[in-house]
Design a protein around this ligand. Structure first.
Ligand SMILES: Nc1ncnc2c1ncn2[C@@H]1O[C@H](COP(=O)(O)OP(=O)(O)OP(=O)(O)O)[C@@H](O)[C@H]1O
Ligand SMILES: [Mg+2]
Length: 139
């Protein structure tokens, strides 16, 4: 297990970090952090870095639950915040996405640990000041 910590001082810096991390990320990635920690902001950079669409086209899948960007090498962005029971999550068919080989970015998935693959990257985000974020990648 390897752990690296980064610090950003604005949303733009977090988007940039996402662009850089996009080159090495693969498989299932949990984005873990409180409301407003920057999970969706980091996702904007990751999606842009993959070249599937621009950061401005990435929005939070809070209500739609799953967004897919790109086709040949898709990035899936999932937000489980509004789901309450594992049963509801199971109906989304996440296992198929986990097996698809695409990059799968998940917000609030740590609430359903039994549904997650052991093989995954965790990115932990924490607000350390109004615009400061500490971002740790564990893989
Ligand atoms: N260094 C920073 N990195 C990321 N976002 C920042 C930073 N500084 C300020 N912000 C602001 O914090 C907010 C982060 O929102 P974002 O939607 O990315 O959070 P989230 O973790 O996805 O929250 P949620 O759990 O509600 O989905 C944005 O309003 C952004 O402008
Ligand atoms: Mg979000």
């Amino acid at each position: 297990m390897r752990s690296r910590t980064f610090h950003t001082n604005s949303a733009e810096e977090t988007v940039s970090l996402g662009r850089e991390l996009s080159k090495e990320l693969h498989g299932v990635v949990l984005l873990i952090g409180n409301l407003g920690a920057g999970k969706t902001t980091l996702t904007k950079g990751i999606v842009e870095g993959r070249g599937v669409t621009g950061a401005d086209d990435v929005s939070s899948p809070t209500f739609t639950l799953i967004h897919q960007y790109g086709d040949a090498e898709p990035v899936f962005h999932i937000d489980l915040y509004r789901l309450e029971e594992a049963r509801q999550v199971e109906s989304l068919g996440l296992d198929d996405l986990f097996r698809s080989g695409g990059l799968v970015l998940l917000e609030w998935a740590e609430r359903f640990p039994e549904l997650l693959p052991a093989e995954r990257t965790e990115i932990r985000l924490r607000a350390v000041s109004e615009d400061g974020r500490e971002i740790t990648v564990v893989d």
